[in-house]
Design a protein around this ligand. Structure first.
Ligand code: ADP
Length: 337
């Protein structure tokens, strides 16, 4: 049996249904991300599993035990929120020790566990600082240490990085994943940021309007989006109407076709590009510099097609330039709807 089993879970607030009949399993030590746009029900689902929201229907099992009706403190969970939820009048150390003190853990054990947690989140030297003396990233490390110190069976992370600036966010992503792997800690992470989901997760549960519409390893979700929503949310897929794709891209699907910008190549006229199909005459409408990548919005027979190329020193792509596109037919993704 899987470590976490969620069966037919349903939740409404008054008359508003957030989700119904959610089913999934999670293995011990997996890092799962609930990914989706704001309002799709990610946090509510997380909070239901954590016991912070009640459920109308369904079951939640952890390690073979039905925890559906247990209070949060009996579920063996650790939780980190976007808003830190720390005590400002206490030091970092006392915030981290709080859960163990409540449990009346002996002081020597508290000391040992808090020291270990401080080491894990790399907060040495800050333990005696009050919360308002710490940066956003350091506060979130305190919150993480506080969640880890009670040795949870599952770690819940609700948009923990969203309030932080980009550089700190990237460092903390790495740190969280490193700790999670070291402790083999089953983790459920909520984010609306697809890049964050991709780099951190073993599996992503992609949600839309209260349903998990696709689940799988990041590469699987990225390379094989099931529908237009998934293709639009993950990466910057071109979504092409079937008749256009049939005419210009040798597509034989019935519904829309999704093509990744990096799987289309811009070749120079008359230049043979081995293994690719083309040329498809196009005009570059505009070029955006995304750092290592040049994103070209091109036009083919009145339809916009985005093409990503590596930003090499030899790149000479310019607005208004006539170019020829080449593609691999096996990279075309037929969407279900
Ligand atoms: P997400 O985390 O994906 O942004 P949420 O789970 O926070 O989405 O919200 C899902 C839906 O449930 C939204 O329509 C939201 O307004 C509603 N909702 C969330 N919490 C409550 C609440 N406590 N009372 C009423 N409606 C709520």
């Amino acid at each position: 049996m899987s470590f976490v089993v969620v069966q037919n879970l349903s939740k409404s607030f008054n008359d508003t249904k957030v989700f119904s009949n959610i089913n999934f399993t999670i293995e011990q030590g997996e890092f799962i991300t609930l990914l989706g746009p704001s309002g799709c029900g990610k946090s509510t689902l997380l909070r239901c599993i954590a016991g912070l929201n009640s459920v109308e229907d369904g079951h939640i099992m952890v390690a073979g035990e039905d925890i559906t009706n247990l209070p949060p403190q009996k579920r063996g969970i650790g939780m980190v929120f976007q808003s830190y939820a720390l005590f400002p009048n206490m030091t970092a150390y006392d915030n981290i020790a709080f859960g163990l003190k409540i449990k009346k853990t002996p002081q020597t054990e508290i000391d040992k566990a808090v020291r270990e947690a401080i080491d894990l989140v790399e907060l040495n030297g800050r333990e005696d600082h009050f919360i308002d003396e710490l940066s956003g990233g350091q506060r979130q490390r305190v919150a993480l240490a506080r969640a880890l110190v009670v040795r949870p069976r599952i770690l819940f992370l609700d948009e923990p990085l969203s309030a932080l600036d980009a550089k700190i966010r990237k460092r903390l992503r790495y740190l969280i994943r490193q700790i999670q792997k070291e402790l083999n800690l089953t983790t459920i992470f909520v984010t609306h940021d697809q890049e964050e989901a991709m780099v951190m997760s073993d599996r992503i549960f992609l949600m839309n309007k209260g349903a998990i519409i696709q689940s799988g390893a990041p590469a699987e979700i990225y390379e094989h989006p099931v529908d237009e929503f998934a293709a639009g949310f993950i990466g910057s897929y071109n979504i092409l109407p079937a008749d256009f794709a049939q005419k210009y891209f040798h597509f034989d699907g019935k519904y829309k076709c999704a093509v990744r910008p990096e799987s289309i190549y811009i070749g120079k006229p008359q230049e043979a590009v081995p293994g690719l199909v083309g040329p498809l005459p196009a005009t570059i409408k505009f070029v955006q510099l995304l750092g290592s990548v040049l994103r070209c919005t091109t036009e083919v027979a009145g339809t916009e097609i985005t093409v990503d190329s590596l930003n090499l020193q030899t790149s000479t792509l310019k607005d208004g330039q006539q170019v020829e596109l080449y593609f691999t037919p096996s990279e075309l993704q037929a969407l279900n709807s």
